[in-house]
Write a protein that binds this ligand. Sequence first.
Ligand SMILES: Cc1cc2nc3c(=O)[nH]c(=O)nc-3n(C[C@H](O)[C@H](O)[C@H](O)COP(=O)(O)OP(=O)(O)OC[C@H]3O[C@@H](n4cnc5c(N)ncnc54)[C@H](O)[C@@H]3O)c2cc1C
Length: 345
Amino acid sequence: MTDVTIVGAGPAGSTLAIALARQGVRVTLYERSKTPRLKACGEGMLPHGVAALRELIGVPEGPRMRGLRFVAGDVSVEADFPEGFGVVVRRDRFDGWLRDAAASTPNVDLRSGTAYRPLGERLVVGADGRRSMFHRTLGAVPSFPRRVGLSTHFAGIEGLGDRVEVFFHPDGELYLAPTGGGEALVSALFYQSAFRRDGIVYLLNAIPELRARASHIEQTTPLLACAPLGLRVPRIVGEGVLLIGDAAGAPDPITGDGIAMAVVSVKPAAEAILSGDFQAYERIRLDMGRNADRLGRLLLKIPRANGRTARMLLRRRALVPTLLDVAVGRRAMNARTVLRAMCSR
Ligand SMILES: Cc1cc2nc3c(=O)[nH]c(=O)nc-3n(C[C@H](O)[C@H](O)[C@H](O)COP(=O)(O)OP(=O)(O)OC[C@H]3O[C@@H](n4cnc5c(N)ncnc54)[C@H](O)[C@@H]3O)c2cc1C
């Protein structure tokens, strides 16, 4: 007999299933895909997500990242995470690792290859991503500016290190991160008005440093796309329903926070399910989402600015470390943080 039904075995659903099952809750976990697949994603998990996952399951295998490198024109700024490390894991491997961990946890009944159909359950958790079936009743609105994301993998990109690299361009940004074995994740996020299907190749050619580092490359996985990127969900709990992960709202991926937020919100979600009091979870998760949205809006000013302004912003000493503090949950995104980030020289 099931106590809780979870829809979706992505990072949010699998992790929550494990957390609940370890507390003696019987979980049925539905996942419509038969085997774990690649998803359009930047594949980087921030340190607070790694720490939350380590406490529950462990750290997935993948290159460990010490920080970020931002590049705008001829300006390049490196910054390390204030504590811990990030991990880059290909989504087919990461989701597979989590799914296996869930399947081998007593009390979890994983139904891979089975799309969920309502059966009048007492409690259903929507962990079914940004196109959640529960948005029909709880609502969801795309955030502005409207953006589109692309991702794929290449072998042969030179000079990969232990920082995720973010290249700003007036049309959007390109992200570069090693996924192991000489392969790299390449993702590009565009404003809808500037979107082009060949966007990744276009940016690899348009940015001089990348043109030099990607002169002999081979694409190793199909190109994936996702739109719209940002999503706000005003209500994330309802009668017998609780949403988690992207189903509960997705920040623009420029924050790099989607997976970490999904994993970090598992503990309050499990507490809510065990106590039957959903209000505290709703407050905590909506606060996390607002913080990430504010960070996203500030970060989006960098690629939107003209080249000179973007370079001027990146030269501000405290900007990148302050924004990293926000991204990893050490600082709230408020007026004081913005002043600190923008007023430093
Ligand atoms: C271009 C792009 C770049 C990104 N870059 C980053 C990044 O660098 N770092 C980061 O942390 N985040 C990033 N994100 C966000 C990240 O991908 C998401 O936050 C994360 O996948 C959310 O996990 P989830 O478990 O909530 O949802 P998902 O990963 O979407 O999983 C939902 C699961 O539910 C299943 N499902 C859906 N409907 C049903 C159904 N009816 N029945 C059964 N199963 C169902 C799906 O098959 C899927 O496996 C990026 C996103 C995009 C689009």
